[in-house]
Structure formats: C-alpha cells, structure tokens
Write a new protein. Sequence first.
Lengths: 188, 249
Amino acid sequence: MRLKGRMSDGMSLTAEPTILRCESFREVVDEHARGLFRLAFRLTGNEADAEEVVQETFMRAYRWRSRFDGRCRVATWLYRIASNASMDLLRRRKRRSSETELDPVNPPPAPASQEELVSGREIGSRIYEAMDRLSETERTAFVLRHCQGCSVREIAQILGSSEMAAKHAVFRAVRKLREELEPLRGQV
Amino acid sequence: MNHLSEEELVLHYYGDSEAESRRHLAQCEECMTEFRTIEAFLRDLPEFEVPEPGPGWTNALWGRIEPELSPTVGLLTRMGNWGRTLAAAACLVLLIAVAFLAGRYWGFENRVDRASSSTRPTERMLALVLQDHLDRSQILLLELAHYDENPGETVGQLREEARDLLSANRIYRRAAEDSGSDFIEQTLENLERTLLQVANVPPDLPDGDFRLLLTRLDTRDLLMSIQLVRREITEIPPSRLEDIGRDKS
C-alpha cells in the first residue's frame, strides 16, 4: 500500500475565508466532501458509516464555525471533526455490537480456512480486524499518515497533540499491525 | 552511533527521520536490512479500497445538510451571547403571546375540551424552538463524556459553550414549566445543573481536576433523557403551526 489520496485531494487553501460565511457553506461542502469521505471510509471501513460521518462533520462544522480561528487549514479542521465523528460512530457501533454479542441470529464469522489464509486475500480482510484493535489515536494517526499522506504536523493538529506524540502514535500503529499481519505474510 | 530503533526506521519510511539517522542508515548494513523488512511490509499492505461516490453525490449530500442549517442558527451565532439571550427572550415572549391567543381562541371555540388540551399550543411552540437547543446540548454532553478521547477540546471551549447554552436553557425550562410539560421541564432542569457546573469551571482549573469533575457528571442518563425529549417533540411536525387551529374542529 503506497501513500495515496494526499491531503491535497480536494483540499485547498481557497476555502479558508468562506467557512465563516453561511451563504458560502455550500462551497465548503463541494470542496471537501470527497476528501472527508475517503478519510471516513478508511476510519470506519463502511460506506454507509462514512456517508453518515461526512454529513455529521459538516453539521458540526457549521454549528462550530465561530470556533475556527484560522490557525490551521480548513481541511485540517474538518479532518479533525471527521476523525472525532468517526470515533463517536465506532464507539456507538461497538456498544451496539456488545449488546448483541450473543445473538444467535448473527453468529460470528467462521475462522478462515488454510486456503483462504494463504491466498493473500486473507491479509486484506485481516487488516481491518487488525485496525480495529488499534487505539483510536493510533488508528487515526496511521490512516492520516499512511493512507491520506498527511504530514506529522497536520496529524498533530488533527489529534490536538504534539508532533512527537503524533509520530509515536504512527509508530505504535505500525508495530501492532506488523505483529498481527507479518506472520500471515510468511505463509503466502 | 547505536543502531536505529524500529521507531526511527518507521519514521524513515515516511520521510520523517533525522539527518543523523539517514546518514547512519546509508552506512549500516544491519539497519538497512531491518529497514528493508519494514519497507516491504508497509509497501505491500493491501490497499484500503475506497469506493468513489457518484457524480451527483455532493448534491445529494447538500440536499440532506441544507435543511438542517437553519438561518436562525447562523444569525444567532453571529449575535454573540447577549444577542442570543435577547433572541431567546424574544422567542419566549412571542411563544407566550401566541400561546395565549391560541388558547383563548381554542377556549372560545371548544370549551368542552379546554381542560384537557389547553397546553398543546404552547407545547407545539416550545417544540419548535427547543430542537436546536437540544442538538447543541447533546453535542456538548458527548464532548464531555468523551473528553479523554478528544484531545482537541479545551476546557475553555467547553465552558464557553456551556455558558452559552445555560442562558437559553433557563428560558426554555421556564417555558416548559408554563406549558405543563413535566418531563421536558425535568430534563431541562437536570441539563441546567450540568451546564452550570461546566460553565462555572475556573479558567485555570488543572486538567486533572476537570476530569474529576466530569466523572461526577451523569451525562449518560441526561443524554438518554434528551433523546427521549427530542423523540417526543419531533413527533410534532415543526411546520404545522396551523394545526393548532385545525385541531379544534
């Protein structure tokens, strides 16, 4: 997996002044919706959830637009809201699934067969499981760095942390993913 | 120099390593071998295939968002705290006046049902102005409940938002009391207590003390109550003020 979907995908500096003008909010939506969808999909792993997150992100951004102080890019600010909205949604989903954990109608998926394991496709599906086991910060930091191509500085702004903490979160995510997935690579 | 750590090698893959690390890596075969392993792992990770939304997707998205972006919200945000309080007070006066007139008209037309339904017009009015307030309160409570996971939120921002909501909440609670909506009044009273605690947080309160305060707030039950109130009031279609008159027949 290479660095794809750079932060600049649909994210430019041109919208900065417009976000504070409600009559121009449509332009903000047009400019950033697809970039936010990619981020939300990578964080939630689900198209319907990603759409919900994008919608929620714009609603929150509109309500909180007076809080935008221009110290970061509009895209970074929206990424931050979208990351939080994704995590809120994942938490709700986890709570719901723990309530239906013993539901006989929806049994857990059967373990993969040996053929599936060595097919390489298994690694593809296992990465989502491995991602699920990362902490919220690690998962967000990894997606932003590895998939979205955000800089460490941007990740720090999105997470509201120091750059050192952002770097460390990316590293912890990579280490956990290697622990989970490298044994599978050996079987391919 | 010692060999590079796994973390330094990962940073190097993403182009975030220090110059010293890069120099070492260029000369150290052992570190380079380890780096190649990490590089191969990260490079070969399967793509997160992201479906590309269709060409009309943004329009559809805007269609869902636009109705929620009430112009009143934008106006109130620009008016500041005093402006919002005045606007809320004006809404209340209007609400009481309309409710009073509607109640008189109702009573004149249908004295038999007056005792059982005299509060309905006021409830309908209250429902109209309350939805946005409850939405914002829900968001604040969620932020408080997940304060640990949202490192971007500062105590100052949360306090300001609580102060903002508090003044409006008092007015809505009194309106609910006047309309006899017991459950709404009780929920708003509980909300007010929580908002008051957050609004009164000293600006220099240490983060640890703020977290301690949050553990004492019962946000979960409050969120559930708000959800129930929202469900109750959204059952009344907000655009059907004319129903007040129609209900009489």
